[in-house]
Design a protein around this ligand. Structure first.
Ligand SMILES: Nc1nc2c(c(=O)[nH]1)N[C@H]1C(S)=C(S)[C@@H](COP(=O)(O)OP(=O)(O)OC[C@H]3O[C@@H](n4cnc5c(=O)[nH]c(N)nc54)[C@H](O)[C@@H]3O)O[C@H]1N2
Ligand SMILES: Nc1nc2c(c(=O)[nH]1)N[C@H]1C(S)=C(S)[C@@H](COP(=O)(O)OP(=O)(O)OC[C@H]3O[C@@H](n4cnc5c(=O)[nH]c(N)nc54)[C@H](O)[C@@H]3O)O[C@H]1N2
Ligand code: SF4
Ligand SMILES: [Mo]
Length: 895
């Protein structure tokens, strides 16, 4: 086992330059040079040549190191840095498209001010070019006027396009508005189960030792062509015989290379998991009793109110000790043999261990029951459940670097295909509980959290503490009606990101008790348009906001509706840093990411070329906006907040204006002690932790922490919500309160997904997945000409919808025919491609990201728009996290 802590690379910059320029010529630098030369008129023969270190930002992990070749001030080649442990010289297709991000002719080149008061996605705004001073002055005046009246009326919407920014998400605080709202996340409410399961944001499998990996509604990296270290260890695991099973309505690229593809009816994974649980608990009757009794809350006694039965004096949850037939606090030193089953009398109340409640629920959830719901044969579910237990090798141990760990080489990992259902948090919880039944949590071979460190430390109830760090949190946040913010956050105490609620709140603020309008919105790197709802609906809701400002790079939908556009640099012109401190909860986690386990560090992008146009670093624009609005200086201004990120010796004078480059230098020095000179030369610095320290069991081994099987806090939240609405004499706007609360379940109990309840004419399910060229629109990949060209000419499954041949036959549809796909909420036109590689009840959308702004490169308007099928109405989405249900019921017919 590697126990070294090392700098992953050291290089002789000067020597490398000459050698790499030669390589660039043979690898394609020459080709690029000729193309660029033809486009820009630059000489073909280089007069100057440099190779610079950078970080790819064509997906939101921005975690692959690059070498950027620059000749005569022109970028001729971007390649992966071979000496970086993260991507080891590789770039994915998006990374190879990075050069086009810079030379995209559709980039915004100067600040723009609208002159046409009439607005719309297809209305010419009659832009007037402006100087930065003019544009900022205009915006500053508007903001100051609103601030003087009511700061709440300003909203700031951010998404993954803003991830490279240090300050965008501080601006709302400086302005004093509750409407700092994230637009991403509503189609990937994938963190909630991991916060509870591991105390981290994501999960992965330890493919180093895993013997059976079951991926359900999730890619492991290959599906969207990741370049980060995932693929090597994964394929080595396959070579040594790790079984890989994919449960997915479509035969994905990964499923095609798996041992087994199990097609499933969308939205029914919960039934599949409950069927597996039934086999384990009632047929096989073999599970990790030690884990359940001593490393989980399975024995905690639950009362008729569904809450823990607590000790009167210490308030600690009680368990029943079978050794002497008495209840004891979970951490009582005299506790010998906690009961997992039975009913016990505690102070006159019938109390049952959480595990018994799970057994009760699962008793009738047989594989035959699950088959009827999932279309997966009962025999398959039974076989897989047995294999899961066989491979788990309950009781086995392994010694790594001299430390003994349980070895549980099985994992079930789920993601977007499971979580984005009305029953999503229950389905994803079922996957966690299955891993708990065999003890495969944070130990070698098993299911791991995304970060390494003491994330599984216990809270006061002895169970893995919920993640409480910067950024996303699992809640509960305080409940409040009327809500303060337009995303209605306080009505959803465990929400993920629910930016889509803004659309409904704009349509009818009084429905939600909002007593103020939005008067100004700033959009930066996030869009309502790429989520649920039809573009027409989103357009008319947003047009209720009188003044819109966009920090943008292309003329997307937000930009088209804007009054002022402030243009940002392209990636290769920017300063930015990817800072992953040791023990941070996410090492920009990928999917099943064993290659990067134990890896932390800092990567810095220094601009490869000078800006081509009159654009700025996004954080300079944020600082400009704060200054123009009068909220930059002072301890309570943006400067004060920036200071809180800095070590005392690097703090700034809060009353001065700094530029972003100065501030980033101070931040880097605060974290690493090193300034630009170092990063310009080295690009990145990574550290690999010793293997044993990469397993969180190392930090809290047997007896030190208990994994959550029963999420009691959700029951407490449900009580709070019911009580609060009762006191106010009102109900949850737009929902049946009891239906809403019936999803607040501590255990993964059966609830159907909404899609199942659609009218019968909608006889199929639409599902969507990521494709390698277009994951979403980060770094405007959707209008990247290089990626488009590849997608168009190489991949027959782009820009179409997939339909099973038998279904097409029954409906009289031909391959290549143009069809409508219609849900109760919207419809989209598409060319249909027939295949065997999809469940017969499914219409499959690869990407489905067709755009709606006439200002974009027209290629972004090709293909299909999945999102207009997705409902955002109250009652339709997942009530716990607010995740949109993307298993939509649809019908398909000839256009
Ligand atoms: N390198 C890199 N990694 C990333 C990102 C990045 O930018 N770069 N982005 C991250 C983000 S934001 C996200 S959300 C994730 C997304 O990561 P994934 O969740 O892996 O993304 P998808 O490709 O949408 O995969 C979902 C799968 O679920 C299947 N599916 C759909 N419906 C169902 C269903 O009802 N049941 C089952 N069993 N399967 C279903 C689909 O066919 C598809 O194969 O990727 C993350 N990982
Ligand atoms: N059909 C379909 N819809 C999806 C998904 C899908 O796979 N298919 N994925 C979903 C998921 S999982 C997520 S997390 C969300 C992500 O959703 P978002 O976080 O909203 O991210 P994007 O859609 O990538 O970017 C939003 C907008 O930001 C702008 N932008 C992008 N990069 C930059 C930049 O560098 N600077 C500036 N100033 N602006 C920029 C672009 O105008 C872009 O349209 O999308 C979701 N929507
Ligand atoms: S996975 Fe691809 S897009 Fe993401 S950082 Fe790496 S090379 Fe860039
Ligand atoms: Mo996402």
């Amino acid at each position: 086992m590697a126990t070294v802590t090392h700098r992953v690379s050291r290089r002789n910059f000067v020597k490398a330059t000459g050698a790499l320029a030669a390589v660039a010529g043979t690898l394609g630098g020459g080709t690029y040079r000729r193309i660029v030369s033809a486009a820009t008129g630059a000489p073909v023969q280089p007069q100057s040549e440099e190779v610079k270190y950078g970080v790819c930002r064509m997906c939101h992990t921005y975690f692959c190191a690059t070498r950027v070749h620059v000749q005569n001030g022109i970028v001729t080649l971007v390649e992966g840095a071979k000496d970086c442990d993260v991507n080891q010289g590789a770039l994915c297709i998006r990374g190879h498209g990075l050069i086009m991000n810079l030379y995209d002719p559709y980039r915004l080149k100067k600040p723009l001010v609208r002159t046409n008061p009439k607005k719309g996605l297809n209305v010419d705004p009659q832009w007037k070019e402006a100087s930065w001073e003019e544009a900022l002055d205009l915006v500053g005046k508007r903001i100051r006027d609103i601030l003087a009246r009511d700061p709440r009326r300003i909203a700031i919407f951010t998404g993954f396009g803003a991830d490279g920014s240090q300050y965008a998400r501080l601006l709302a605080g400086a302005l004093g508005t509750p409407n700092g709202i994230t637009t991403s996340g509503s189609i990937c409410s994938t963190h909630f189960h991991n916060f509870f399961g591991h105390g981290t944001m994501m999960d992965r499998a330890d493919v180093e030792y895993c013997r059976l990996l079951i991926a359900v509604g999730r890619g492991t990296g290959g599906n969207f062509g990741e370049a980060q270290g995932t693929q090597g260890p994964f394929f080595r695991a396959r070579e040594r015989g790790m079984r890989f099973v994919v449960v997915d309505p479509r035969l994905s690229p990964e499923a095609a290379k798996a041992d087994e593809w199990i097609p499933i009816r969308p939205g029914t994974d919960l039934a599949f998991f409950l069927g597996m649980m039934h086999v384990i608990l009632f047929e096989r009757k073999e599970y990790d009793i030690e884990f359940l009794k001593h490393r989980s809350n399975a024995p905690y006694l639950i009362g008729p109110d569904e809450l823990y039965v607590r000790d009167r004096t210490s308030n600690k949850p009680l368990v029943w000790d079978m050794a002497d037939g008495r209840p004891k606090p979970f951490d009582d030193p005299g506790l010998k043999d906690p009961a997992l089953t039975g009913t016990y009398d505690v102070r006159g109340v019938a109390a049952r261990p959480a595990f018994q409640l799970l057994m009760d629920h699962v008793q009738d959830k047989t594989p035959e029951w699950a088959e009827g719901i999932t279309t997966v044969p009962a025999a398959t579910i039974r076989r897989l459940a047995n294999e899961f237990v066989d491979q788990a090798s309950i009781g086995a141990t392994i010694t790594i670097d001299g430390e003994t760990f349980p070895l549980r080489p099985v994992a079930i990992n789920v993601n977007r295909g499971v979580t984005n259902r009305k029953n999503g948090h229950l389905s994803s919880w079922a996957a966690v509980v299955l891993c708990e039944l065999v003890g495969a949590m944070d130990v070698p071979g098993g299911r791991l959290g995304s970060g390494f460190g003491p994330f599984n430390r216990p809270d006061e109830d002895g169970t893995v503490a919920l993640y409480r760090g910067p950024g996303l949190q699992p809640g509960p946040f305080p409940w409040k009606f009327p809500p303060d913010s337009y995303d209605l956050a306080s009505l959803y105490p465990h929400r993920h990101n629910i930016g889509f609620n803004v659309i409904k709140a704009l349509e009818d603020p009084s429905k939600y008790g909002l007593d103020y309008p939005l008067e100004l919105a700033i959009f930066y790197g996030g869009s309502h348009f790429n989520k649920g709802g039809t573009p027409e609906r989103i357009e008319s809701a947003l047009l209720k906001i009188p003044f819109i400002v966009s920090i943008e790079a292309t003329m997307g939908e937000n930009a088209m509706l804007s009054d002022v556009i402030l243009p940002e640099h392209a990636v290769l012109e920017r300063h930015f840093a990817n800072i992953n401190e040791p023990h941070s909860p996410e090492m920009r986690p990928k999917i099943v990411d064993s290659g990067n386990i134990g890896l932390t560090g800092v990567m810095v992008n220094i601009p490869a070329v000078k800006p081509l146009y009159d654009t700025k670093n996004a954080d300079d624009i944020i600082l400009d906006l704060a200054e123009a609005a009068g909220v930059l200086t002072g301890e309570r201004g943006l400067n004060g907040m920036i200071n809180r990120q800095l070590k005392p010796e690097y703090r700034i004078d809060p009353n001065k204006r700094y530029n972003y480059v100065e501030l980033l230098e101070r931040r880097l020095k605060s974290v690493t002690g090193k300034g630009y000179d170092f990063w310009e030369q080295h690009g990145f610095e990574l550290e690999k932790a010793p293997a044993r320290e990469s397993y969180n069991y190392h930090y809290n081994p047997m007896g030190k922490t208990r994994y959550v099987l029963y999420r009691e806090v959700l029951k407490r939240t449900a009580h709070t919500i019911r009580e609060n609405f009762g006191k106010l004499g009102i109900t949850m706007p737009g929902w049946d309160l009891e239906d809403f609360l019936s999803y607040y379940q501590a255990l993964p109990v059966w609830r159907p997904s909404t899609a199942a309840a659609a009218p019968a004419e909608f006889d199929l399910y639409a599902v969507v997945w990521r494709t390698p060229p277009y994951m979403f629109d980060l770094s405007w990949v959707q209008s990247n000409a290089l990626l488009f060209d590849i997608a168009r000419h190489v991949d027959p499954y782009q820009f179409v919808v997939l339909l099973n041949r038998s279904t097409a036959k029954a409906k009289g549809l031909q391959d290549g025919q143009v069809v409508w796909v219609e849900s109760p909420y919207g419809r989209t036109q598409a060319r249909v491609r027939l295949t065997e590689a999809i469940h017969p009840e499914v219409v499959g959308f690869p990407g489905g990201l067709k755009r709606s702004s006439s200002g974009l490169n027209p290629m972004a308007l090709e293909g299909t728009n999945f999102n207009r099928l997705v409902p955002i109405d109250d009652g339709t989405f997942e009530p716990m996290t607010g995740g949109l249900d993307t298993a939509v019921k649809v019908k398909i017919y000839a256009a």
